[in-house]
Design a binder for this molecule. Sequence first.
Ligand code: SF4
Length: 369
Amino acid sequence: MRYLDEYRDAGLARALAARIRARATRPWTLMEICGGQTHTIMRYGLPELLPAEIELVHGPGCPVCVAPLEIVDRAIDIAGRPGVIFVSYGDMLRVPGSASDLFRVKAAGGDVRIAYSPMEAVKIARENPARPVVFFAIGFETTAPANAMAVSQAKREGLENFSMLVSHVLVPPAMRLILGSPSNRVQGFIAPGHVCSVMGYQEYETLSRDFHVPIVVGGFEPVDLLEAIAMLVDQLEEGRADLENQYSRSVTRTGSEAAHKIMDEVFEVTDRQWRGIGPIAASGFRLRAEYAAFDAERIFGAGDIHVREPEECIAALVMQGLKKPVDCPAFGTGCTPERPMGASMVSSEGACAAYYAYRRHTAEPGPSV
Ligand code: SF4
């Protein structure tokens, strides 16, 4: 297949669903890691195409959802300071902190600006030399190269007013946590295609071997996902646990050499706190010491804010495949996109947002491919 339309072809999707139905002889629980994949699954009603044996649960691959409350509170603290220009991706603005959100900081007169790339923040810093400009660098491995490039560029230009509030997380340590948990239900993974296009899939080979679990690197269109599910079901039914690459049009084993180079130059691996889940060792990036002058937490002394997550939100259980968004008592009532209690309801990659947008009630079938 060469064109995007072919990956949304209803005939191909039905043929793959038939292949899965013919192959599945017993229940299998599969997890797609990436929130973008979750949204495709819900938008195209893929669960309704699958046989009852196949249960899809939704993984932790939504960077906004796993950003801990304390980093949101640090962002709110910095954004509200006089003179600061705070630059963020749009979907962070509605994410609730413990008492406020960035949208309210903006409404109260804070200079909070939406950007689509970190280089826009560098440009703003260049144009406003007398004001501190802070970019909120949230994301998985996918956005790390662009963020690293922005910091490197700011250093080359000597932009002393530019800094980053970094909350980068890494997928494999989170998968290791899920697989190592006594309550784990996941028997096969669809690995995140975009992350793997940057990083390659060597680490996933190790995971597959260590936990004897099948992993298929998957794309983001409905046919991609159904093909990845079919590949996982084939492996499970045959008792195999291999790493396979469904998304070979974008992903190679070693990923992007240029991306690795710039990430290694600017970032180093660190422990990170995951929203609701807690600390995961070696699960994120932070700026290297050579780039400390661009570290917003150091500059603004905002690193000592620690807060408790709201107990009502079960998003952490959803992201570990233990619950579905509709199992949350607040889903669609106390928690809606207009009045979110958790980040998963407002992020463009959140599982709760996907369920709310495409299938608000369990009994209501979603749109068909
Ligand atoms: S519906 Fe809202 S409160 Fe419930 S898990 Fe999702 S984000 Fe959290």
